[in-house]
Design a protein around this ligand. Structure first.
Ligand code: HEC
Length: 397
C-alpha cells in the first residue's frame, strides 16, 4: 500500500511540475517571440513613449500589443507579473527530486560501483551542489565578468561541464543527469528571483514615484537582460534533461557526462539559430552544423555489438540465463515484485520467464549488457561475466 501511494504522490508531483514548467517556458518563449517581432510604432504611439508595436490574431480575436521604452507615464492599476510560473516549477522540481531520488529506491541516485555512499551523503552532495553552483553563478554575475556576455557564456558552460563530470563520478548516470538539470533550473529561477524581478521592481517604483529611471535602474535592467538571455539558452538543454530519464542509452553510457555536455552545447547552439532568426538574421549554417554534430554523436555513442569471442562461444543454456535473471532482475521485474518500494514491474518490463525475456531482447541488452544501467544501482552485484552470458543468450534468440 505504501509503495502504491508513493507512486501516486510521485505522479501528482511530476504532473504538477510539468504543467508549471510548460507555463514558465511557454511564457518565456512567447515574450522572446514578442520582443523579436515588435515593429516601429506610428508617430502617435511614439509620442506616448511606446517603442514597439505588434498585432496578432489568436483565439478568434485581434490583439494589439505595445511595448513601452520603460513604462507608461501613469502605471495601470493591474500589472501582470510572470514569476510564479518560475517559482512553482522550482518548488515542484525540488519536491520531485525528493520523492523520486532522495526518498525512492536508492538505485536511482546511488551506484555503488562508482561511489558507495549513503543516502544521506548523496542528498548532501546533491543539495550542496545546487546551492554551491547557484551561489557561484550569483557571485559571477555581480562581478565585472558580466560586462562581457560572450566570456560569461563560456564560463557558465565550463562550470556546468565540471558539475556534470563531477556528479557523474559519484552518482548513477540518471542521478547525475537530473542533478545537472536541477542545477540549471535553480540558476534559472535565481535569475528570476534575484535579478529580473528586483530590476522590474526598481523600474515600477521609479515610475510610480514619477522619477526618471536613473543609472542604477538602467544597470539593473541591463543585468536582468543578461540573466534572461542565459535562461533563454538554457531552456532547450533543461527540457532535454527532463525527458532524458527515459533514455538509459544516454545516461547509462560510460561517458554519459560527455554525451550530456555535447547535447547541452548542440541544443543551446540550435537555440542561437532561432534567436537570430527572430531578428531576421538567417544562418542556416548553424542548423547544418548542429545536425552534423548530432549525427556524429549518435554514431560515436552507438553500442559496439557484443561478440562471444571472449567467452566460450558455446551456447549459453536456458538454465544459466534463468538463474541470472532470477538473481538479478525478477525482484523488481515481475508480475508482483518482491523488492520493497516497487508496486508493479518498472517500465512495464516483466521478466518472469524466458519468453518474456526474449520479447524484451533489445531493451534488456541495452540496459544490462551494453550499459550497466540495470540492475538498478547494481544492487544485486551483477558481474561482467553474467552480463556477457546474458548478451550471448539474447543474441541467439
Ligand atoms: C531494484 C529494482 C530493479 C532491478 C533488480 C532491475 N531493474 Fe530494470 N528497471 C528498474 C526500474 C526502476 C526501471 C525503470 C527505470 C526508469 O524509469 O528509467 C527499470 C527499467 C528497466 C528496463 C527498461 C529500460 C528502458 O529502456 O526504459 C529494462 C530493459 C530493464 N529494467 C531490465 C532489467 C534487467 C535485465 C535486470 C536484471 C539484470 C533488471 N532490469 C533489474 C528496476 C530494476
Amino acid at each position: 500500500m505504501e509503495a502504491y501511494l508513493s507512486e501516486w504522490l510521485a505522479l501528482m508531483v511530476r504532473w504538477f511540475h510539468v504543467i508549471a514548467g510548460v507555463a514558465w517556458i511557454g511564457a518565456s518563449f512567447y515574450f522572446i517571440w514578442l520582443d523579436n517581432h515588435l515593429r516601429e510604432p506610428p508617430e502617435w504611439k511614439k509620442q506616448e513613449g511606446i517603442k514597439g508595436d505588434l498585432w496578432a490574431i489568436h483565439g478568434g480575436g485581434v490583439y494589439e500589443v505595445a511595448k513601452y521604452k520603460l513604462g507608461p507615464k501613469k502605471m495601470p492599476k493591474e500589472l501582470h507579473w510572470f514569476k510564479w510560473e518560475a517559482y512553482s516549477t522550482l518548488l515542484s522540481g525540488l519536491a520531485l527530486l525528493f520523492v523520486v531520488y532522495y526518498m525512492g529506491s536508492p538505485g536511482y541516485l546511488i551506484d555503488p560501483a562508482k561511489a558507495d555512499i549513503s543516502m544521506g551523503a548523496g542528498i548532501a552532495i546533491g543539495l550542496g551542489t545546487l546551492i554551491g553552483v547557484t551561489a557561484l553563478y550569483e557571485a559571477l554575475i555581480r562581478s565585472p565578468l558580466a560586462d562581457n556576455g560572450k566570456a560569461f557564456g563560456l564560463a557558465l558552460f565550463a562550470i556546468l561541464l565540471v558539475v556534470d563530470w563531477g556528479l557523474f563520478q559519484v552518482f548513477s548516470g540518471r542521478g547525475a543527469f537530473i542533478h545537472v538539470g536541477a542545477v540549471i533550473g535553480t540558476i534559472m529561477v535565481a535569475n528570476v528571483f534575484l535579478g529580473i524581478v528586483p530590476s522590474q521592481w526598481a523600474l515600477v517604483n521609479a515610475l510610480n514615484e514619477g522619477r526618471e529611471p536613473d543609472e542604477k535602474v538602467e544597470r539593473l535592467a541591463a543585468l536582468a537582460k543578461l540573466r534572461s538571455t542565459h535562461n533563454n539558452y538554457l531552456t532547450l538543454p533543461i527540457i532535454f534533461i527532463m525527458i532524458s530519464n527515459h533514455y538509459p542509452m544516454l545516461y547509462g553510457h560510460p561517458h554519459g557526462w560527455a554525451i550530456l555536455a555535447a547535447i547541452g552545447f548542440i541544443t543551446a547552439f540550435t537555440r542561437h539559430y532561432f534567436n537570430l532568426k527572430h531578428r531576421d538574421i538567417h544562418r542556416p549554417s548553424i542548423l547544418l552544423a548542429s545536425s552534423i554534430m548530432t549525427v556524429t554523436l549518435i554514431w560515436i555513442v552507438a553500442p559496439t555489438p557484443t561478440t562471444s569471442a571472449s567467452t566460450d562461444s558455446a551456447a549459453v543454456s536456458d538454465e544459466t540465463v534463468t538463474q541470472i535473471v532470477e538473481t538479478h532482475c525478477v525482484a523488481c521485474h515481475a508480475e508482483t515484485p518482491t523488492q520493497p518500494g516497487f508496486q508493479s514491474a518498472p517500465a512495464g518490463i516483466k521478466l518472469d520467464n524466458l519468453s518474456l525475456l526474449a520479447d524484451h531482447n533489445g531493451k534488456v541488452r541495452q540496459a544490462a549488457v551494453d550499459t550497466h544501467y540495470m540492475p538498478l544501482g547494481n544492487m544485486t552485484g551483477m558481474t561482467e561475466e553474467e552480463r556477457e552470458l546474458l548478451g550471448i543468450w539474447l543474441s541467439e534468440q
